[in-house]
Design a binder for this molecule. Structure first.
Ligand SMILES: O=C[C@H](O)COP(=O)(O)O
Length: 306
């Protein structure tokens, strides 16, 4: 569990930050061009992608039975034939399932029935998801409720208005309170990048969240108009790297929202590999939040014909 770096926010050099948009886009192009994924390595990248998915359902019509189905899919994400043809001896799982607070109990029961409570994380979105525009008191109560229902990870969402109006101290304070409310559960902070107004604000919100004790920073709720894009991912990786260099603490990255194709998933893996290094490519430090990616990954494996 990551602890806040100090009680008071020290913005220091962050105030003068300037990010050149076209340079960021050019850097993404270079990274992808210089790290092509070869055909004979594709299956390994796709398996990696499956193991870092936070398999998500965040719909208004979620029920106990579709959460049970989601958990079964997280426990056995690959069809047995695919698994055999890939030569995978051990079962692979997704990293987590991600649900609304009221569905955590269902996920916990499903995992308990399958004896997988220690293997697959249960993530709950909380703190007035997706807007974050609710009183802090009730947002913290949601965290406590989700943790007591069995959530091992809490995906909190920032109140974007605090970033947009430069109230970084208040944002820092709120994330610190969320950290406390999570207790032993991991804290994943959703920045809501599509509503932060600028790349500079994305960088600052990343740093403030990490300094306040985030275990992961996550791009989006999946409900904004702009969600997880690679240029934004690059900015967040650079923030994670700077935080690691300054504190020695490794914070995870979770892109989420609109990641739907195998190509999207592999590009994110390549980005994290090149920017943060191979040690980040584990479920402890990298997740992909997605509701419909798994089927696409399964269809993209290159398998020998019988
Ligand atoms: O946190 C995860 C996102 O809500 C999933 O977004 P998606 O439905 O676009 O895959």
């Amino acid at each position: 569990m990551v602890q806040p770096t100090s009680k008071v926010l020290e913005m220091g050099g962050l105030k003068k930050i300037y990010i050149n948009k076209s340079q960021v886009e050019a850097q993404i192009k270079t990274i992808l061009e210089t790290h092509p994924v070869k055909d004979d390595h594709l299956n390994a990248w796709l398996v990696k992608a499956v193991t870092v998915i936070d398999l998500t359902t965040l719909s208004g019509d979620d029920t106990r039975s579709n959460v049970f189905r989601l958990c079964v899919k997280a426990a056995n994400p690959l069809p047995s034939e695919t698994q055999e043809k890939l030569g995978l001896k051990e079962s692979i799982r997704t990293a987590a399932v991600c649900v609304y607070p009221n569905r955590v109990k269902d996920a916990y029961e499903a995992m308990k029935l399958m004896k997988l409570t220690k293997e697959i994380n249960i993530a709950a979105v909380a703190t007035g998801f997706p807007s974050g525009l609710y009183p802090l008191e009730t947002r913290l109560q949601e965290i406590t409720y989700a943790v007591s229902s069995g959530a091992t990870e809490i995906d909190v969402v920032l109140d974007r208005s605090l970033a947009l109006t430069g109230k970084w101290d208040e944002l820092y304070y709120e994330v610190q309170q969320m950290r406390k409310a999570c207790n032993k559960a991991h804290l994943k902070v959703i920045l809501g990048v599509g509503e932060l107004g600028s790349y500079e604000n994305i960088y600052k919100a990343s740093m403030v969240s990490m300094m306040a004790g985030a275990d992961f920073i996550k791009t989006s709720t999946g409900k904004e108009a702009v969600n997880a894009t690679l240029p934004i991912g690059l900015i967040m990786c650079r923030a994670i790297r700077r935080h690691y260099q300054a504190t020695g603490v490794r914070v995870g990255l979770k892109p989420a929202g609109g990641i739907k194709t195998a190509r999207d998933a592999v590009n994110w893996l390549v980005l994290v590999y090149t920017e943060l290094g191979p040690e980040w490519l584990t479920p402890k430090l990298f997740r992909i939040g997605a509701s419909s990616l798994l089927g696409e990954l399964i269809n993209s494996f290159v398998l020998k014909k019988d």
